[in-house]
Every structure is written in structure tokens, then in C-alpha cells.
Design a protein around this ligand. Structure first.
Ligand code: AR6
Length: 199
């Protein structure tokens, strides 16, 4: 059960292509430049069209001249995608020595914070960092499921206006009723199903 609304957040895993998801927000496994790349990032930019890259360039010019830090998240529109928004996050790159699991958990919780603030009701994630960035998909699945469950379960604390409490208030007031992990392979799907079944 989640916070003040008492509504449950459904968490599920499916096999599929994130670019075809009809949810309010899809999450992009981007890099700090936000200017595109391979993997799911490349697929999202290809399917969304030039509007997405233009929005990312604008973010770099205005709010993020130094790029998006690892573990953080930021939203743009979604161009031609069926989703309304793309939430861009940057996973830790194991090949660059970024092995702190808290950074990967943060990708999921910060993305949900951003999506909640937009008013999204459904959010779809890929297996952030499980491709080019070299994390074991089982580790990603465990961390992702725990992070989303923790996010959905954290209650707001009335009268507390610290940044953590404000974020908790946004979580509690959020209408995110569905979080879907969209996996590109049977092996990745199995890893997420195992993590979900582990309660
Ligand atoms: N739908 C769902 N999942 C997908 C799709 C898709 N269309 N395409 C790939 N995946 P990766 P990372 C899976 O490499 O490890 C980029 O160049 C893929 O099988 O996309 O966070 C960025 O610009 C894997 O399980 O992201 C960064 O430089 C998962 O998505 C870097 O790669 C994530 O793999 C980020 O690396």
C-alpha cells in the first residue's frame, strides 16, 4: 500500500520493446550527455524523432550544461512515441568503475520522483545499466524491484519540509498505479520475474 492515498502500485515485468509502450512515461537508459547513444537510448531517439534530441539539447543548454549526473533523472516530451514523456536517467557504468548499487537504485527512485511530479500514472523502465554499462541483469533486477517497492511504500511525513519529506509527499500524493519493467530478452525477463517473486 502506498502513502496517503492508500492505493496500491502494481509492479510487473513483461518482454517487449520499450519504444512501443503505451504508458504515460518511459524511462531512457541514457548517458550524461543526453545526446543519444546505442542500446535502448538509440532505439528511443530513433522512434521519437528529432523533437526528442532537440528537447535534450535544450536541457543541456539551460538546466544541465554539465550533463546529467549518474543516478539522476530529468524529463522531456516524447516526440512521436506513444508515451507522453521520456524520463532520462543515467545508470552507473561498471566498465568505468561505477559499482555502487546505491547509484543504480537512485536511477529508479529519482525517475519515479520526476514522473510523479509530472502527474504520470504509469511508468515503464528498461533494465538500466544491464547492457553497454555492464551490470549483471540479476543484480539490476534485484535492485530495481527493491527500489520501486521502497519508493511506493514510503509514507509522507506531515509537517516536515526537508527535501526528503517533500519527495515523500510527492510519492504519497502521486497517482503512479503501474510500474512496468519492459525487458528485451527472455533471460532479462526471467531475472525480473525472479526478483518480483522473491517478495
Ligand atoms: N526496449 C527494451 N529494452 C531494450 C531495448 C528496447 N527497445 N533496447 C535495448 N534494451 P543499454 P545501459 C535493453 O545498453 O547498459 C547507450 O549507448 C538491453 O538489452 O541500452 O544503461 C546510452 O547512450 C539491456 O538489457 O543501457 C549509454 O551510453 C537494457 O536495455 C549506455 O548505452 C539496457 O541496455 C547506457 O548503457
Amino acid at each position: 500500500m502506498r502513502g496517503a492515498t492508500g492505493a496500491a502500485t502494481r509492479i510487473e515485468a513483461v518482454r517487449g520493446d520499450l519504444t512501443r509502450e503505451h504508458v504515460d512515461a518511459i524511462v531512457n537508459a541514457a548517458n550524461s550527455s543526453l545526446l543519444g547513444g546505442g542500446g535502448v537510448d538509440g532505439a528511443i531517439h530513433a522512434a521519437a524523432g528529432p523533437e526528442l534530441l532537440a528537447a535534450c539539447r535544450e536541457l543541456r543548454r539551460t538546466r544541465l550544461p554539465g550533463g546529467l549526473p549518474v543516478g539522476e533523472a530529468v524529463a522531456t516530451g516524447a516526440g512521436r512515441l506513444p508515451a507522453r514523456w521520456v524520463v532520462h536517467t543515467v545508470g552507473p557504468n561498471r566498465h568505468a568503475g561505477e559499482t555502487d548499487p546505491a547509484l543504480l537504485s537512485s536511477c529508479f527512485t529519482r525517475s519515479l520522483d520526476v514522473a510523479a511530479r509530472l502527474g504520470a500514472r504509469s511508468v515503464a523502465f528498461p533494465a538500466v545499466s544491464a547492457g553497454v554499462y555492464g551490470w549483471d541483469v540479476h543484480d539490476v533486477a534485484r535492485l530495481a524491484v527493491a527500489a520501486v517497492r521502497g519508493w511506493a511504500a514510503t509514507p509522507a511525513r506531515a509537517g516536515d519540509d526537508t527535501p526528503d519529506a517533500v519527495a515523500a509527499g510527492e510519492r504519497a500524493a502521486s497517482g503512479i498505479g503501474l510500474v512496468r519493467f519492459v525487458l528485451f530478452s527472455d533471460a532479462a525477463l526471467a531475472a525480473f520475474e525472479e526478483a518480483l517473486a522473491a517478495g
